[in-house]
Design a protein around this ligand. Structure first.
Ligand code: PLI
Length: 456
């Protein structure tokens, strides 16, 4: 039985509300057909509970909204930039900040300045835009995550850890000078402090730089406090600071753990890299003191980053996600275990065993969740993985999932109950879920705009 006392009530009061759409099933069916069975192509107005992503979908606090009113929109030297710079330096401990319009802007710049063509970029599981920029700059991504991460049924802590033996093998085979290591603190499964320390130790020995994807680093810090020995009594801020002491820099999508709707940045200690980054930021993003953001965006981000470190906030955040996961597990629904910090992933292989992976079971399941309950989710499987650049064949990831991603401070526990009911209903009728095929397949990041129809 689920122990309901484990889940803290919302640590906020609701001051402003946004009505949501309540259209019926027959209209939703029409809408998803028009959207080519791709949940990215639905209009937000036709969605009841939007779990497509936690990216930029956050509810800001009254203090952040207040921050918008003190935006300094000067073209250069905005005071909000200095506030953000000071905050980021204090939270992460890096010397230099390069603001960008969002995370992928930072990935673009970092990949251009830090990757040489033919260089290997080992990391713990890829993120789509990150890998795109690495590959576009001639990098070769190598997944060095621990093996258990690819098995949805293994319930162990810190499933996001880097497998050090795998990393060491890449270093030996490819040569340390041909490597830049990335640690993704955002894949849904956390990385332990011990693992970060070990990666630092190994890369230091070989003179290799390490960059973190800081996108969901505060959620990662919560797991460390909750599950790693020796960190029980540390504050979230102390844990975050220690995590980043093992990196040379980071990219950040502020749209997640900075609790804002837009923004990002790149950080580093190295002076040469900083100079190179500043040269590029003016070309791609904007002046080094705004990088594609308005002054007010930078203010909201500085305030949001500090708020995200509050224990009550992050505890509620992670446990609300776990609540949804527990409801589904209790009902026997196949999900990826353990439940991570921002989303519950349905295991579409086990949900739809009657479909093969090339019939896009996760894509179809995501579309059906919308038809059945107005719940929007996202495919994270074969469609998102794309094709191999050289062979043109589909990548076939072991994990074929549907991501139910919870925006921060937006939905209540009751919304989670509704989502669980929709998934349970669909699970009962899972044999009716039909396979899909492409009718339009874009060349890059195809999941965003692809269109599908049912296989006859
Ligand atoms: O969406 P951006 O450009 O601000 O950030 C890109 C990005 C980088 N790393 C990671 C781990 C992400 O999750 C990420 C963006 N994620 C999206 C859009 C998501 O729906 O998860």
């Amino acid at each position: 039985m689920i122990d309901f006392s484990k889940y803290p009530a919302e640590p906020f009061r609701i001051k402003s509300v946004e009505p949501v759409s309540m259209i019926g099933r027959d209209i939703r069916l029409k809408k998803i057909e028009e959207a080519g069975w791709n949940t990215f192509l639905l209009n937000s107005e036709d969605v009841y509970i939007d779990l497509l992503t936690d990216s930029g979908t956050n509810a800001m606090s009254d203090r952040q909204w207040g921050g918008l009113m003190v935006g300094d929109e000067a073209y250069a030297g905005s005071r909000n930039f200095h506030h953000l710079e000071k905050t980021v330096q204090e939270v992460f401990g890096f010397k230099h900040l390069v603001p960008t319009h969002q995370g992928r802007g930072a990935e673009n710049i970092l990949s251009r300045i830090a990757i040489k063509p033919g260089q290997y970029v080992p990391g713990n599981m890829y993120f789509t835009t990150t890998r795109y920029h690495q590959e576009a700059n001639g990098g070769i991504f190598v997944d060095v995550i621990r093996d258990e991460a690819h098995d949805s049924t293994i319930d162990i802590p810190f499933k996001g850890n880097i497998n050090l033996a795998k990393l060491e093998r890449v270093i030996e085979e490819k040569g340390a000078e041909n490597l830049a290591v990335t640690v993704n603190l955002a894949g849904g499964q956390p990385v332990s402090m011990e693992n970060m320390r070990q990666v630092r130790e190994l890369t230091n020995r070989h003179g290799i730089k390490v960059f973190y994807d800081a996108t969901r680093c505060v959620e990662n810090a919560y797991f460390i406090k909750e599950q790693e020995k020796g960190f029980e009594n540390k504050t979230i801020a102390e844990i975050v600071r220690e995590m980043f002491s093992y990196a040379d820099g980071c990219t950040m999508s502020g749209k997640k753990d900075c609790i804002v709707n837009i923004g990002g940045f790149l950080c580093m200690n190295d002076e040469h890299l900083f100079e190179a980054a500043k040269e590029l930021v003016v070309v791609f993003e904007g002046m080094p003191s705004y990088g594609g953001m308005a002054g007010r965006d930078m203010e909201a981000m500085a305030i949001g980053l500090k708020e995200s470190l509050q224990y009550e906030y992050i505890r509620h955040r992670v446990l609300q996600v776990r609540y949804l996961g527990d409801l589904l597990k209790e009902a026997g629904i196949p999900i990826i275990e353990p439940v991570g910090g921002h989303a519950v992933f349905l295991d579409a292989r086990r949900f739809c065993p009657h479909l093969t992976q090339d019939q896009f079971p996760a894509q179809s399941l995501a579309a059906e969740l919308y038809v059945e309950g107005g719940v929007r989710s996202m495919e994270r499987g074969i469609v998102s993985a794309g094709r191999d650049k050289d062979t043109g064949k589909n990548h076939t990831p072991k994990l074929e999932t549907v991501r139910l991603t919870i925006p921060r401070r937006v939905y209540t526990y009751k919304h989670m109950d509704v989502v669980a009911d929709v998934v349970k209903h669909l699970y009962k009728h899972r044999e009716d879920i039909r396979g899909l095929k492409f009718v339009y397949e874009p060349k890059q990041l195809r999941f965003f705009t692809a269109r599908f129809e049912h296989i006859k």
